[in-house]
Structure formats: C-alpha cells, structure tokens
Design a protein around this ligand. Structure first.
Ligand code: DX5
Ligand code: ZN
Length: 217
C-alpha cells in the first residue's frame, strides 16, 4: 500500500498573496503543487499560464504538477517545461495524437499524465497505459473549482486500478475535483494514489492541517 499523496490546487488560492501561499505549501505536508491551466476553449474558463507558473516554480520546493485544460497542448509542452513543470498532464479529449504527445512530454524530461473527463471511459487508455506516469481522473467537469464530486468516478477508479494491475503498469491514479475530508477515504479505497484539492484546502481555516488530514484519510 503506497502512501496517499496530496496535491493542493492553487486555483483556489489567494493570487494576491501567491508567494505566501507557496511558502505555506512548502512548509505543509503537501506532495505536489497542482497548477490548472485553462484556455477558454477546451474549457469554458481562463485561469493562469506560463509566466505565473514560472514565478511559482522559483518559490516552490515541491513537485509542480501542471494540468493542461487546453487545446493543442503539443504546441506548449516545451514552454511549460521551461516554466518548471515536473509533471505535464494533457487531456485525452484534446489529443488526436495522444501517443505522440506522451512521447513528446517524456522526451522533454517531464513525467507524462493523461486526464480523463467524467464521460470518458477508462478503457480508452489501454494502449498507452504502460507509457504514462499519471492518469488524472476528473471527478467534476473541468473548468471550475468548488464543484461536487461525481459519484460514478468511484467505479472508474476501480476499473483503472484493475487495468493498471493487469497491465503491470506503473501509473499513479490522481483524482481531481470535489474532494473533501468526507469523501477522501472512499476515493482512496477505490484506488486513488494522489488527491487534488482546491477549495477544501484553501477555504479551510488551517490549510496545512487540512492537507495533513487528507493525507491521513
Ligand atoms: C478543475 C480543476 C481542479 C480544481 C479543483 O477544472 O482541474 O484542479 O482546482 O478544485 P476543487 O478541489 O475545489 O474541486
Ligand atoms: Zn486540475
């Protein structure tokens, strides 16, 4: 049994105090910093991008986990590498040539992740599962923080865990959206290795304590 990792999503942080937020996360038990990039096309929202991530990287002492919710991610992979991404995750739904995109990310020296929207079945990753470092299972529709966890995700997590086991793959299962202290244990029991949490962490009175509690769920 691997330890559960926690990846706070900075989307819910106070952007006016970004340096302080990163310091707080550096001192916390957070494992990764989850950085959500939205282009207003793949998802109906626009967040932050390359220059902001480059600044965060200068202050961060943790793995930078960049979640691209953008079309044509292959055009920007190199720029995100330069900005400091350690893990680069692209959406299955945004990639016509997913296998090539995964090789590109790994060739640039990053870990490669593939994200699945709530409607996308896990079995569609069968032919790339042995090539990827992370599968990011979206448990809300991407684009916004603070939404409710979609319960059907638990079934997908069990299927994915079985696929990874049967294929002898090494991919970590990361779950993103609507994770709270109340549902974290069920999500871990269904197969999650990494929990992303935005509003649960940043709207709590003591974010570091909430990160610790998520880890121990
Ligand atoms: C949603 C993003 C998430 C988001 C999660 O499109 O991918 O990472 O920040 O926020 P919460 O934890 O508030 O659902
Ligand atoms: Zn995300």
């Amino acid at each position: 049994q691997r330890n559960t990792l926690v990846a706070p999503s900075l989307l819910a942080s106070n952007f006016l105090e970004l340096g302080k937020e990163v310091d707080m996360l550096n001192r916390s038990e957070a494992d990764w910093l989850h950085l959500d990039v939205m282009d207003g096309r793949f998802v109906p929202n626009i967040s932050y991008g390359i220059p902001v991530i480059a600044q965060i990287k200068k202050a961060a002492k943790k793995t930078c986990d960049v979640h691209l919710m953008i079309e044509e991610p292959e055009k920007y992979a190199e720029a995100f590498k330069q900005a400091g991404a350690d893990i680069l995750t692209v959406h299955y739904e945004a990639c016509v040539h997913l296998h090539r995109n995964i090789q590109q990310i790994k060739g640039l020296g990053m870990k490669a992740g593939v994200a699945l929207n709530p409607h996308t079945p896990v079995h569609l990753l069968e032919n790339v599962i042995n090539d990827i470092d992370v599968v990011l299972v979206m448990s809300v529709n991407p684009g916004f923080g603070g939404q409710h966890f979609i319960p059907q995700t638990l079934k997908k997590l069990r299927e994915l865990r079985e696929m990874i086991r049967a294929s002898n793959a090494y991919a970590l299962i990361e779950v993103d959206g609507g994770i709270t202290l109340d549902n974290a244990a069920d999500i871990i029991n269904a197969g999650a290795n990494v929990l992303v949490a935005g509003s649960t962490v940043f709207s709590s009175a003591d974010p570091a304590a909430t990160i610790k509690a998520l880890r121990e769920s």
